[in-house]
Design a protein around this ligand. Sequence first.
Ligand code: TRP
Length: 435
Amino acid sequence: MTSERTRVLTGITTTGTPHLGNYVGAIRPTVQASRNNATEGFYFLADYHALIKCDEPARIQRSTLEIAASWIASGLDPEKVTFYRQSDIPQIPELTWLLTCVTGKGVLNRAHAYKAATDKNHAAGHDTDADVTAGLFMYPVLMGADILMFKAHKVPVGRDQIQHIEMARDMAASFNHLYGEHFVLPEAVVEESVALLPGLDGRKMSKSYDNTIPLFAPSAQMRKQINAIVTDSRLPGQAKSTEGSALFQIYQAFASAEETAQFAQAFADGIAWGDAKQHLFERIDREIAPMRATYEDLIHNPDKVERLLQLGAEKARARSAPFMAELRSAVGLRSLSAKAAVQTVKTIKAAAPQFKQYREKDGLFYFKFVNPHGEAVLQSKGFASPRDAGLAIAQLTQQGASALEVLQAQLEPISDKLRGQVLENLSFMHLNSDK
Ligand code: TRP
């Protein structure tokens, strides 16, 4: 058996400058996970996704550079993982179309991002789809293609993205049901311990609230922004509450348990807010400063980043190109040349379900019906002669479902779960039997 590493995949949309919230919530945990040798990492810049919310070309390009540089400066090793830009992989939009054709429109109607937009329109008395692009509507399918293309097992995401992973699973299952087992069913991984970082005003740190602290701002600017974190008006010497303190929560996201406990003590002892901010700045800077030089170097040498992304794209396409060829053939987008047709028939034959006959120690003759994956879906009881077993098999292949009823007494009970599979495989045999 080949030992297959667990594939972990995640992407970041390239619409903004990475901030401390992105670092704590996405960049740092993915870099840590990428060091685990039991996993194989796929990390990418979701620039097709960026087009859904951003129509400023320069900003998308800049953000792609900044996010790529942040990931690398934070310790992501492009040699060890597959690190790429989504739009360098032409098979992703191609797969998006195949998935579009197995995804219910009603399912997409219920996707959170689209629903939020239409709910807002309703509330404002506008047309349901006013200002909603088809891109926003199709967002989950593009994301499904990102994930399914590389057969990811685990997808680390924020809570708001869980629904998209569930949709990707459904797309994979529908496709597999129609065309055979091609896709792995992915799972969302939501790290409970990863803090949702509060921003300057105490709400979740987010570009849309304009309350962020850029990850690699020059240190003087970072100090200034930390000084702008909102606090209450307690004076030096007055005990302060850690509960609900954005300053404390940001500190906690960078500090060890021991440091955090000391900081909590300082709060209880009435540390001045100015001193607390100084502590916070120093703690963050201790982690970020060593990476800042790498970041600056990459930002000023975008060619270096471009080269890394090109290498990553080659690695990624070495997977996506052959897989896409397999998928195209599976759905019937195939060459018409005779040779190709013969090959296709061969693969069908190889993947056909079969009856297997055998004799047991009890001297009786048995058969089982095996699906294309080699799993028994039907098991007979013992027959007195091989001929009797053969007759039962002939009846099953020729009559399908009705023979299942007639032969009930000679077969082991079929679970409801397998019944559909048995029927599907029997009808396959029936269609393909050369009578
Ligand atoms: N939609 C994700 C976000 O906004 C980014 C993303 C795009 C992604 N494709 C993905 C994340 C595939 C995980 C897997 O956060």
